[in-house]
Design a protein around this ligand. Structure first.
Ligand code: RIB
Length: 280
C-alpha cells in the first residue's frame, strides 16, 4: 500500500449556497448554510485515503469544539492524526465559502492555528510521497521539502510568495489556471512535472515546459467545486506514485475531481477508488 504524508491545513468550512456571488458592498440573503470539514491539507489527506493509501496528516488546530467538527471525517476515514498538533492560543481555521448553483465559489480563510504549524517538535515520518499546499507557513513547507526523501508534490494554492526552493524541489507542482498565471515564469523552476487544471476544460501535464498529457474533464452535473483541486492533487500523486503512466494518471485525477463536484461540501464529496474506476 502507498504511504502518503500530508502537511497542511485543517478548516471548518461554513458554506453558503447562494443564487449568485455578491458584488463588493452588496448583501445577498436567502442562502442555505452548510458546515463541512475542510482545509486543503485535510481534504487532500482524506482524498488520498479514500483512494486506498495509508495517510498521515501533520497539521495544527485550536483547543476548541471547532477542531472536533473539522477533524471528524478525516478521523472516521482512517487518516493517522498522531502528528496533529493543538495550539491553545489560536482558534481552529475557518473558511467562509459562497457557492452558486453552477458550483462556482468564493473562499475566504481565517487560518487561526494553521498559521502556527511548525515541524520543530516533529519526527518526520517516512512515506512514499509528501503532499503540501500553501495554507500553512511557507517556512514549514520549505523545511519539509528539503528534508523529505521521497516524491514531493506541492499544490501552489492559494497563490502567494514562497521560497523558490519549494518549486525547485517538487517532483509535481499542481496549479489551477489562475495560479498558473500568477506564478508565470517561476513554474519553470520546477524540475519535475507541472499539472495545470482548467475546471470543466480538463487538465494538462507538462515536463520541462513541454506538454506530456492532456485530458478532458468528465461531463457531470457540477454543484460545488469546493475541494475539487484537492481531490485532483491527491489522486494525481497517488496514481504517479503507483507508477501509472502520466496520461492515465492525469485522466484518473481529472475523473476524481469531476466526480467530487457533484456533491456539496469538500470532504463529503471525496470519491472512493471504486467510484472513480467505475467512471473510467
Ligand atoms: O480547497 C478547498 C478548501 O480551501 C476548503 O475546504 C477551504 O477550507 C479552503 O481551505
Amino acid at each position: 500500500m502507498t504511504d502518503i504524508l500530508v502537511i497542511g491545513s485543517v478548516n471548518l468550512d461554513l458554506s453558503a449556497s447562494v443564487s449568485r456571488l455578491p458584488a463588493p458592498g452588496e448583501t445577498i440573503t436567502g442562502a442555505t448554510l452548510g458546515r463541512f470539514p475542510g482545509g486543503k491539507g485535510a481534504n487532500q489527506a482524506l482524498a488520498a485515503r479514500r483512494l486506498g493509501a495509508n495517510v498521515k496528516l501533520i497539521a495544527c488546530v485550536g483547543d476548541d469544539a471547532t477542531a472536533d467538527e473539522a477533524l471528524a471525517l478525516v478521523r472516521a476515514g482512517g487518516v493517522d492524526l498522531e502528528h496533529c498538533m493543538v495550539d491553545a492560543n489560536e482558534p481552529t481555521g475557518v473558511a467562509l465559502i459562497s457557492v452558486t448553483p453552477s458550483g462556482e465559489n468564493h473562499i475566504v480563510v481565517a487560518p487561526g492555528a494553521n498559521a502556527r504549524l511548525t515541524l520543530d517538535n516533529v519526527d518526520m515520518p517516512e512515506a512514499d510521497a509528501l503532499i503540501c499546499q500553501l495554507e500553512v507557513p511557507g517556512a514549514t513547507i520549505a523545511s519539509a521539502a528539503s528534508t523529505f526523501a521521497g516524491f514531493f508534490c506541492v499544490n501552489l494554492a492559494p497563490a502567494r510568495d514562497i521560497d523558490k526552493s519549494i518549486i525547485e524541489r517538487a517532483d509535481l507542482v499542481v496549479v489551477n489556471e489562475t495560479e498558473s498565471a500568477w506564478y508565470g515564469e517561476r513554474l519553470s523552476l520546477c524540475n519535475g512535472m507541472v499539472a495545470t487544471t482548467y475546471g470543466k476544460a480538463g487538465a494538462e501535464l507538462s515536463l520541462n515546459g513541454k506538454n506530456i498529457a492532456r485530458t478532458d474533464a468528465l461531463l457531470v452535473n457540477a454543484i460545488d467545486a469546493t475541494g475539487a483541486g484537492d481531490v485532483f492533487t491527491a489522486a494525481l500523486t497517488v496514481a504517479l506514485v503507483e507508477q501509472m503512466n502520466p496520461a492515465d494518471a492525469l485522466r484518473f485525477a481529472c475523473t476524481a475531481a469531476s466526480v467530487a463536484t457533484t456533491i456539496r461540501g469538500a470532504q463529503p464529496s471525496l470519491p472512493s477508488r471504486k467510484e472513480i474506476d467505475a467512471r473510467l
